[in-house]
Design a protein around this ligand. Sequence first.
Ligand SMILES: [Zn+2]
Length: 373
Amino acid sequence: MYKVLFTSDYEIHGSGMGDPTELVVEPTTRMLDQFDRYGAKLTVMADVGEILKFKEYRDTTGRDRFDFGGIQRQLERAVTTGHDVQLHLHSSYFNATWDEAKGYWKQDYREYDLASLPYERLREMIATGKRFLEETLRAKAPGYECFAFRAANWSMHPSPDIVRALVECGLRIDTSVWKHGVYDDLVKFDYTRAHSDLVPWPVDASDVCRRDPDGKLFEFPIYTERQPIWVFLTANRVYRVVAQRLNPLPNPDAGAHGAGPMGGGGAPKGRGGPLGKLEKAAKMLLRPQPWKMDFNQCTGRQLVEGLKRVEARYGHPRHPLPFVLIGHSKTFTRLNERMLAPFLAYVKDNPDKYSFGTFADFDPEVFREDRAA
Ligand SMILES: [Zn+2]
C-alpha cells in the first residue's frame, strides 16, 4: 500500500512580490475543492515567516492588505475538513519590511539560508512557527498538532543545528530532502547521498542524509527520480530548468555548479558564449536530471508512471510507504488543475494499492528498522 501525500508550499514569490490572495488563497481554494471531489488530502506547508508579516501589517495599520484573514480562514478550513497544515519557514521574512515604493517585502538576506543560522535563532524561529499554527488552529480543531517541517529552499545542510532545533521544538518529521538534489547558490546542500528517495529514515543528527537507528527526527523525502529530461518533458519545466542552469544567480561560487547534474567534464572554462550554452543545453538533454514529483509541473500521466515505477521497485511492504509530492499554490493554474485530474482518478480507482493521506497517518517508528530501503 502506498499513501499519496500532496504537500503544497503556501507562499508568495521568493522575491517578496505578489498578492497573497491571488498567489496563495485563490489557488489553494481550487486545490482543496478539487481534492475534496476525489477524497484526496492536501498538506499545506504554510510559510509562517511571511504569514506573521501579513498579520503584523494588519495589526499595525488596521488594513488587511495581505489577506491575513483569508489565510487564517483557509488554514482553518483545511484542518477541519480532513486536510492538514504543517510548518514551512522562510527565515529571511522574520526581519522583512514592506517597501511601499517598490511594492515588495524586503527580506533579510543575511538570514536567507535557514540551516546556516545559529542554533538559538533556529530554535526561536521554529518555536514561533509551531506556536503560531497551534494557537491559531486549535481554536477550530482542538486536536491539531504541528509536528512536520519543510525548510526554506530545502535548506537542511549543514544539519547539526537545525536537526537539534527541530527535535528540541517537538517536530518529529522533516520533509525537505529530495535525493540527488544539489544547490550551490545562496543556499547550499548536497542530497546525492540521501539514504533513500522514498522510504523514510531516522535522521543522523550530524547529517540529514544519513540514517541513524537512534535518530529522533524522521525524514520523509520528497520523491525524486533521476531521468533524462524527456521523461518529465513539459514546456514549462524545460524552460525553468534550462533558464536556471544557464543563468544561475550572480555568485562568486557559481562555477561550483559542477556539483550538479550539469557538472564534471563539461565545456572548457570560458566558453560562456552561445556555442558554449548550446553545448551545455545538449548535454543537459542527455544526462539524467533529478526530478521532484511536482504535482504542479508534471502531468497527471507522468505522476501515474512515477507511482507505477515506485511500485515496481519497492513492491508492497508490510507498512504503507509514503509517496510524497510537492507543489506550490502560486503555480497551480487552471490548466494544471485539469492535467492533475487523471492522477487523482488513478489513485482513487485503485484503493487496493493506493490511498490518499497526510503525515498523521504514519507512525514513523515503523521506519526505525531498516527493511524496505
Ligand atoms: Zn518555500
